[in-house]
Unconditional design. Structure first.
Length: 317
């Protein structure tokens, strides 16, 4: 028979082992939750939710319904998360080839493809149902269309044609439309104005990213314009064309009586500044100036939208 001291040591060892196993299980569970969260592309989707909120705010002309805004944000977040998960499911083999995406949950083998697919489909169905029930059917329909464009058009087009960027920009410009339809239950001229601004902004933004990551995109087999345009001539032309189109597009809110003179002056000034970064980038075609254009794009849109919201005009009586 073992002495009491040895029995106590064995009991302590068993308890310690059970505690370690439980702790390991909790860590593994947290790790899986983190991987599912990463599937939703939270950093990219922050912009989606911000522009949705801007669209909602600019559409409201009388009483502001905070609860409806919350419902709109939650439903849009589910739809955007679905797009991120299904995009990573579709691109898992190509993501494995690229340095910046090789450690995502699917190419790294931390999640099974079927888990990501089911997760994405569940999020999309939940988002559409939530928007239809808590907001309105129009907003759910716009969200569903956006999801389909992103997953069924943009995602496969990235491996076949450089036109993918424009298609992706269409999907990326839809969130403010969803914010507006949440208020009006219809696509209004105000919504079209916001769509146009975000669409034209996205093109130089994405093309700058394409220049910075062109080698990685090429390894992944993505035929975005900076990859197939070896001398960047067409890329540079498109950057300037979209930047030139962006300046008058930003004046649409004033023409539609959404914002006032302060916004107009600011839009012109920052538009010219943004254009100047584009001109430098297309002149040198260097990574350094592409990075500066990218940073300028990151600063430009939130500043523009913030001033628009601050200078929002009251409804015409």
């Amino acid at each position: 028979m073992k002495p009491p001291s040895q029995i106590r040591s064995l009991d302590e060892a068993v308890v310690a082992g059970e505690a370690n196993a439980a702790a390991g299980g909790r860590i593994a569970a947290r790790s899986r939750l983190a991987d599912f969260y990463e599937l939703t592309k939270p950093r990219m989707n922050f912009l989606v939710l911000a522009t949705t909120a801007v669209g909602y705010y600019m559409a409201v002309r009388h009483s502001f319904e905070w609860l409806k805004l919350l419902h709109t944000i939650l439903g849009t977040a589910l739809m955007a998360a679905s797009a991120g998960a299904l995009n990573q499911y579709a691109e898992r083999r190509w993501d494995a080839r690229m340095l910046r995406t090789s450690q995502r949950p699917l190419p790294a083998g931390r999640l099974a493809p079927v888990e990501a697919m089911l997760f994405g489909l569940l999020l999309g169905a939940a988002g559409a149902a939530y928007l239809a029930a808590a907001v309105n059917v129009q907003t759910a329909a716009v969200g569903g269309l956006t999801l389909l464009v992103y997953v069924l058009l943009y995602t496969p087009m990235k491996r076949s044609t450089s036109l993918c960027t424009a298609v992706g920009a269409v999907a990326g410009a839809m969130p403010p439309v969803m914010g507006s339809t949440a208020v009006h239950n219809a696509i209004t001229p105000d919504a079209v104005a916001l769509f146009t601004i975000v669409f034209f902004w996205q093109m130089p933004h994405f093309l700058a990213i394409g220049i910075l990551c062109r080698e990685d995109y090429a390894k992944g087999g993505f035929r975005i314009l900076p990859v197939v345009d070896h001398r960047l001539a067409a890329t540079c032309r498109q950057i300037i064309v979209y930047l030139l189109a962006l300046v008058p597009a930003t004046l649409l809110p004033a023409a539609l009586h959404m914002a006032g003179v302060v916004y107009v002056v600011f839009a012109v000034v920052v538009g010219i500044a943004f254009l100047s970064f584009g001109l430098v980038c297309v002149t040198t075609r260097s990574r350094e100036d592409a990075r500066r254009l990218f940073v300028a794009s990151i600063l430009y849109l939130p500043l523009l939208l913030a001033v628009m919201m601050i200078d929002k005009l009251p409804p015409v009586r």
